[in-house]
Design a protein around this ligand. Structure first.
Ligand code: GRF
Length: 206
């Protein structure tokens, strides 16, 4: 079972996914200038650009995206910094296969600017969450989380970098579970069918 990765920018999670040896069938971006596309091309991974501005509606954009995704018949569709919100139809079509990484310990700080908001709130732990995508933004069933400390004097950029290192740990791990058919969703909660699986990481490393 392969996976398709959707990106809009840098692509560091894409790199971590590829470095973990996961079978990336294609990388699709809504932006032609996404740096992650260059990484994919250099590594012989099929790429496609679906520029959202060229579509008259969200439905039309999602249709075009789905046509490319379906050509790969992927076991998972991984959002990795993909900055578009899907229509409910797209989400329903890929239910149980559509997965995202979000840079906060959900349900805290859904949406944008999570690191600055975490600093402003004075939280002492921050982190990232891998979750299934549902029609409600950043609220799908949680697969894995990593926590890091918030240190005195942290800037949003420093905190973001600390969190990102852990994104690169938990996202490939969660995707391997999904592709391996190990994830079970029960009452909106996710269990891994593997007694050795750790669904959390705490990294005190600054
Ligand atoms: C990551 O922080 C991810 O959590 C968020 O967008 C960022 C993408 O970074 N959804 P990259 O493109 O994977 O480097």
């Amino acid at each position: 079972m392969s996976l398709v990765v959707l990106i809009s920018g840098r692509g560091s999670n894409l790199q971590a996914i590829a470095a973990a040896g996961l079978p990336v069938a294609a990388v699709i971006s809504n932006r032609a200038d996404a740096a992650g596309l260059e990484f994919a091309r250099r590594h012989g991974i099929e790429t496609a650009v679906v520029p959202h501005r060229e579509f008259p509606s969200r439905e039309a954009f999602d249709e075009a995206l789905a046509r490319i995704v379906d050509r790969c018949a992927p076991g998972a569709i991984a959002l990795a910094g993909f900055m578009r919100i899907f229509t409910p139809g797209f989400v329903a079509r890929y239910a149980g296969r559509l997965i995202n990484i979000h840079p906060s310990l959900l349900p805290a700080f859904p949406g944008l600017d999570t690191h600055a908001r975490a600093l402003a709130a004075g939280v002492k732990l921050h982190g990232c969450t891998v979750h299934f995508v549902t029609a409600d933004l950043d609220q799908g069933p949680i697969v894995a989380q990593a926590a890091v400390p918030v240190l005195t004097g942290d800037t949003a950029a420093e905190l973001a970098a600390r969190v990102l290192r852990q994104e690169h740990v938990i996202y490939p791990r969660a995707l391997a579970w999904l592709l391996g058919g190990k994830l079970v969703i029960e009452d909106g909660r996710v269990r891994v069918n593997d007694s050795h699986a750790a669904q959390f990481v705490f990294s005190p490393d600054a």
